[in-house]
Design a binder for this molecule. Structure first.
Ligand code: FSX
Ligand code: SF4
Ligand code: F3S
Length: 351
């Protein structure tokens, strides 16, 4: 008899004989069989990437970037690659949409690496997602019910959008049921709930004043704790990093007092901003299109909320590392902070 256990440091799978001695894993035929299946999976994964013009080197570069973003040491890079290339398990995911613009899903769907279909179809078992699922109408409703029942206590619930609470939640319905009812039924059954975007995490634009529908964040609406991927939209790298943390380490990442993963929201924009030296030298842009703007001076006087905003945009950037608001000459409007539509407006004015 052999037992298999996953070493805490994720250094691989080992076998323990009945005597309790740790023996070389590849002496066991069962292990060799698993290993061969994983190797075959990995091979097919790289072949598919190659068909799309992505080399193994490109992919490893992305894994290195993701590992560094997550604050893990470089020794995790091969493990990160393995999670995508040859996942050992595919956790079920139920993805709910409430009051939002779907920009959060869009930002993830537009992320180049890993291609979303690889991430979604191979790394996760996406049981329900209104934007990408083929089912519609009653079939979709049935799928939601069946998957929540089948995976009760085991699935990851991702929530996008805020929840109207006035008039018994009457401002938002799917299939005749309010968002509020759906959230109350589904979220408590999940192993973990990830709130994605400003709307789900802190209410976002639907909850901005005067908020006639009583829109609230998931936590405020139904009283459950969520991991909060703040931002309007959040950076897809942080979404992938959070899911990866779960797959790699079996738990969600450490969070700040607002539920935001520390690896992404541990520092202010201002503390990581390449324009910071201009701020220190009091070199400010005072008009868009000016010479100071062309020189890349600090945008504080144009209403930049970078000093009060926690996010990693200057480091990870958007559009696969192309740029981010301040690099494009636009002040940070504080989109990853609670109630930023109310708290930080009027935009473009120094606070
Ligand atoms: Fe909100 Fe997401 Fe802003 Fe939009 O779905 S965070 S409005 S980008 O997309 O919820
Ligand atoms: Fe800080 Fe914004 Fe100026 Fe950057 S542009 S240094 S974040 S105030
Ligand atoms: Fe949002 Fe500011 Fe980043 S507006 S996208 S937190 S630079």
């Amino acid at each position: 008899m052999w037992r298999q256990f996953d070493a805490g440091d994720l250094s691989g799978f080992f076998m323990v004989g009945d005597t309790g001695h740790i023996l070389p894993a590849d002496t066991n035929p069962h292990y060799r069989c698993i290993k061969e299946v994983l190797m075959e999976k990995e091979k097919l994964f790289y072949e598919r990437l190659a068909e799309r013009g992505v080399t193994r080197r490109d992919f490893m570069k992305y894994c290195t970037f993701l590992t560094a973003t997550m604050g893990l040491s470089s020794s995790f890079i091969p493990k990160v690659a393995e999670v995508f290339a040859a996942p050992k398990e595919r956790p079920p995911v139920i993805w709910l949409h409430f009051g939002e613009c779907t920009g959060c899903s869009e930002s993830l769907l537009r992320s180049q690496y890993p291609y979303i279909d690889d991430l979604v179809l191979e790394t996760l078992s996406l049981e329900y997602h209104e934007t990408v699922m083929a089912a519609a109408g009653q079939q979709a409703e049935d799928q939601l019910k069946a998957s929540a029942k089948k995976y009760s206590g085991k699935f990851i619930c991702v929530v996008e959008g805020s929840i109207p609470t006035k008039f018994n939640g009457g401002y938002g319905k799917i299939g005749g049921r309010t968002f509020l009812d759906i959230a109350k039924e589904i979220c408590p059954q999940a192993a973990a709930v990830i709130a994605i975007g400003a709307c789900a995490t802190f209410g976002g634009i639907p909850a901005a004043a005067p908020n006639p529908g009583g829109y609230k964040s998931v936590t405020e609406a139904i009283g459950i704790k969520t991991v909060n991927l703040a931002g309007c939209p959040p950076n897809p790298v942080n979404t992938v990093g959070t899911i990866l943390n779960y797959l790699l380490l079996g738990k969600l990442p450490a969070v700040d007092e607002l539920g935001r993963p520390m690896f992404a929201y541990g520092k202010t924009i201002h503390d990581q901003c390449p324009r910071r030296s201009h701020f220190e030298n009091a070199e400010f842009v005072e008009e868009f299109g000016s010479e100071e703007a062309a020189l890349g001076y600090c945008l504080y006087k144009m209403g930049c909320r970078g000093p009060e905003t926690y996010n990693n945009c200057p480091i990870v950037k958007f559009n696969d590392g192309t740029s981010w608001p301040v690099q494009a000459g636009h002040p940070c409007i504080g989109c990853s902070e609670p109630a930023f539509w109310d708290k930080f407006t009027p935009f473009y004015e120094e606070m």
